[in-house]
Every structure is written in structure tokens, then in C-alpha cells.
Design a binder for this molecule. Sequence first.
Ligand code: ADP
Length: 305
Amino acid sequence: MSTEKCDEKKGCQSCETSEKCSQEEKDAHEQKMLDEKMAYVKHKFMVVSGKGGVGKSTVAVNLAVTLAKEGYDVGLMDADIHGPNIPKMLGLEDERPGATKEGLLPITTIHGLKVISIAFFLQSKDDAVIWRGPLKHSLIIQFLGEVCWGDLDYLIIDLPPGTGDEALSVAHLLKSIDGAVIVTTPQDVALLDSRKAVTFTRQLKIPLVGIVENMSGFNCPHCNKSIDLFKKGGGEKAARDMLIPFLGRIPIDPEIVVSGDSGKPLVAIPGHEEAKNAFTEISKSWRKLLEEKSKVGDKKSAQVT
Ligand code: ADP
């Protein structure tokens, strides 16, 4: 790659003189900007799932808010370009990010969580983003390299379901990733896809932080009996079979749907202790694993060929 020769703070896509640069120079400039911004982020995580609808974004949002409420500096990057739900789940749908010479300003929630999503840039909530891989790659470069994240303890990257372009781009662009958290539901059809997500992250040499089993059992409010709507324990068994840490299970709670739809994450509203405790426990096991990993220096670089 050619030597970086540009001092512009902005990315090549928004630079008026970028036509004077070769593609190699542009790539080098954008990677340098990205590396500079990411140098202020202590830990970077991807939240992934094998299929949609298992609660990946719900888990990403509630874990991010849990960490922010505990006093950590947290960023949440919505890398789900075709289905960006994070702003809706945080009540930020009408927000529009500002910009300074240093880059784009993420939206900050009342808990101090910094958020970026393509949804902030769409004219209408019904607009569909119909993009191929290279455009998605450019957007991810902008989100990582042109957003003023500042000093962060955690950057949580919510990826779209499956094993597609966005995950490859993130793995390719970040020099190091602390790991991937896999969200699954307990039934066999979801677990089948989760195993593919595990294989995918292993092939990219991204460490696996662990598996979260979401929608795991439901306590009937009428008879108080526990009903295993989508079975129970499948995520834990899959974690054991694949030698991955099991981070915990989150029960089905209809309030999670209501809170997500109304833009107030469950962990930020009163009541619903069982589900809330589940998020707190998962965030604890996640941080404990992280501490153990950093003791043994297990922060591998992602590799994409
Ligand atoms: P994904 O990101 O995997 O596509 P979402 O996070 O968008 O999934 O969740 C899909 C739907 O399931 C949302 O309506 C969300 O509120 C709901 N949901 C997620 N987890 C739970 C849960 N534990 N209990 C009840 N509903 C849930």
C-alpha cells in the first residue's frame, strides 16, 4: 500500500480534492483515519447471529445500556445496513448526527451511550437501502473512521444476521477485535444457523466471547409456570459442544417487545427483574472473560483473505 500523504481529517468520500489521489492513496488515508479513531477504543466487540429475529439487536442495545449505566464509555455501531433498528429501540429515530472538522458526531443517549446508524441518514423510515458489498464497505469505513467516537471502553458493533459482507468488512478493517458474541434462540433451526456463525468467526480468526441464549423459557403471568416456548438449554449445549463460553440465558418477556418498540430499553425501565438480571449477569460474565483473556494476551487479530 502506498504511503499516506494526506492530512485531511475527512474521508475521501466527502473530500473535494480526492480525485487527485490514486485508489491506493485513498485506501491508505482511510485506513489511517480509522486506525487513529480506533486507537481510543479499548475493546471492540461484534454481536452476531446466524439468523434474524433471534434478538441480536435487543441484546446489543440492552448490553450497551447496561454497560453505560455502570459508568463505562460505550459506543454502539449499527452495522445492520438493510435493517437498522437500533435508533428505534433507543428512541432516537428523529435524530440527525451533526458534523465537525473532526468528523461525524454520534448521537448520545441520556445514558451517555454514543450511537451511529444508517437510519439517521435516511429521508424516510420506509426507505430501503439497496446496496451491494462495495457501498456497504464504504459506509463501514465511514462509521469506524469518520465518527468522533472519542475515548471508549467498549465499541459494540451490531452486525446483520448471517455471514455476509458487513462482518467481513469489519473484520478486514479492524486491526484487532476482542471478540464476537453470538446470540441464538434455543430451538434446533436457530442453533443450526448459529453453528455457521461460529464457523464463520473462527475462519476469520475472531475470538469467540461466548453464546447468549435468548428467548429461553417464559414464565406465565397467569399460572406462574415456566413454559419453554422455543425449548430451553439449546444454546448452552451448543456452547458446550463447540467449546465456547456460555454467557447466559434471557427469558421471553413481552415487555422486551414493548420497550424495544417504544424506544426505552428494558434495562432502563423499572421492574422486569428476571430479564434485567439476565442482562446484568451476561455483561458480568462477558467482562470477566475479557479480563481473563487480557491477562493471557488473547486479543487476536482478525484475518480476512
Ligand atoms: P434480531 O436483531 O436478531 O433480528 P431483534 O433484536 O430485532 O432481533 O428482536 C426481534 C423481536 O423479538 C423484537 O420485537 C424484540 O423486541 C423481540 N425480542 C427479543 N428478545 C426478546 C425476549 N427475550 N423476549 C421477548 N421478545 C424479545
